[in-house]
Design a protein around this ligand. Sequence first.
Ligand code: ADP
Ligand code: MG
Length: 680
Amino acid sequence: MERSDLVSTLKGIGEQREKRLHRLNIFTVEQLLTHYPRDYKDRSQIMKINELIPNETATFLGQVRGEGQNGGRGRMVFTRLKVYDETGSVTVLWFNQPYMKSSLKIGERYLFTGKVQQKGRQLEVVSPECERIGENFAGGRIIPVYPSVEGLSQKTLRGLVEQALRETADTLPEELPLWLRKGYRIAERNFAIENIHFPKTEQGFYDARRRLVFEELFLLQAALFRLKQTLEDSGEGIRLKRKKAIWEKAAILPFALTNAQKTVLKEIEKDMTSGKVMNRLVQGDVGSGKTAVALAAAFWTIQNGYQAAIMAPTEVLARQHYETFTELFAPVGIETVLLTGSLTAKEKREALAKAASGAAMMVVGTHAVIQAGVEFAKLGLAVTDEQHRFGVRQRSLLSDKGENVHTLVMTATPIPRTLALILYGDLDISIIDELPPGRQKIDTLAVNSSYRKRIYAFIRKHKVEGRQTYVICPMIEESEKLEAQAVLQHTGELQRELEGCRVECVHGKMKVKEKQAVMEAFAAGEIDVLVSTTVIEVGINVPNATIMLIENAERFGLAQLHQLRGRVGRGSEKSYCILVSDSKTKVAKERLNMMVKSEDGFEISEMDLKLRGPGEFFGLRQHGLPELKIANLSRDMPILKEAQTAVAELMERDRALTAEEHQPLKHQIEGYLEGKNLEM
Ligand code: ADP
Ligand code: MG
């Protein structure tokens, strides 16, 4: 068996199982082998039955000697069975699993794990996990616990991994060259894969984990390094002419720029006049005015005779940008075109022609702009908005649409500085650390659903005053269909409760055109209450909306709540954010309180980090990179540093990766950014 074989070549995989494995992103045998455990259970200590201690969880071997008994009535049926070893017997018991009776065979031995309880004079174990023991049972062991999906049991996954390990043993190639493994004390790959699933010794486990973490971080760093190298080697950047300061040129803006915006524009100006290619990340809290920065930079680029393009992650946001740019550029004779997936064939043809001829100097779009077939006459500046929604690779695809194009990427996700340096090693960073003047504080309230009637009255009152409301329901990850149902149902309820309000919704099951129509009607004030999931999280701007109501607020990340809240408070009216949650856990309460107390995105994300732990916070996904499978960026900092040193050494030895011994590695590194692009 080859590692690249499909997992369906393993024994025991039918259509159903295959589908479930696909949901875990497991398509090949190798992907199965690199589906690492999230935890382990210690089954290495096997107790004799007479050593079992009440109230402790234990693993023991027991033989089935007689038939199990089903009993109980109504809703409570149980299966009771006695199992034996040479020292005694114990009762095992399952509730509502009558099939257990026939699945345990008389005469067979099983390994049971569960909590032991004293019942009268007998010991009893309720709902133990059990595993049949074959002829050549070699004793207990540490067993892996995998991330899984419904319908795929740990036992099944474990069995498949064991099978794959047996049949591919020693055929997994070693990508890391010998000098590196020796120099950095890195265990061999096959050893590591085997021991990460079924550690034979404690040391074996540590060595295995260290190897796999190192490998992962090494690849990440090496890939980012290669990306940066391509940029550096890409030759001279377009040199723009500088007459007046760039923000003065942007006199087309309807407001004076903040000092923070000006500072960032100065940095941009410096880059774009330097003769080098600009690669800059602009980080700024929601509402800090990143669009204006992009506008000014685009305007300046166009004045210099080059085109500018901006790519946004959603259709809705792209259209909004299109309107903003058109409104400001049209009066000064600059044509803006929109390029998205939902254009008609004719519209698309026209837009493509205008971008290619240079008739349109400004192009706004979704990832439709990075598709093959999109050409620019003379692209000078590529902007990626809400960068964290795109893959690293996608961002470079946009700048590939021209030669030595300057790139600007914008994000509202605050990242600690050290992490930013790792993730965006290829970028320079600017921060907009000031909000435009006149912003009102948004009053935030955390309440439970007993306040519902009062909240509805509040929304109605605001409607009478001409204001609008957003209502956000949580996303349902597994199913767009369920999510749409939830949104529709809630919309129905609000339509009944909010007399006199026009309530509409957008959800993932709607066609782009339909969504667009609703969004436009909301922006035009024809809808009072807009119900949706977090699809409006990014960038939407309706200054007349003053209430943000978030249902099941405990289910959202704090950074996400902060983004959502940033959708209101954009006009001159007082705005409110109402967080509804019935969760009683301490952490949930603390997190929501944090939202009530603070309006500072950085402070909030730091707090989130403390309350939720670094694991989730450091999700690379959030920052447009492939998720790490095993490394933990907060815990594995020391290994990360070593990996960085190793990458530097590799680049010193063989920068172009031409040596024979580096070919597998080169292949891996290139595949790393190509293959693992993100979903949108
Ligand atoms: P974000 O950084 O979240 O993308 P936007 O660019 O959407 O923020 O800006 C938010 C709002 O602030 C918009 O309505 C925009 O017109 C306004 N704005 C941006 N800069 C300024 C400024 N210097 N003065 C006043 N209003 C501004
Ligand atoms: Mg924005």
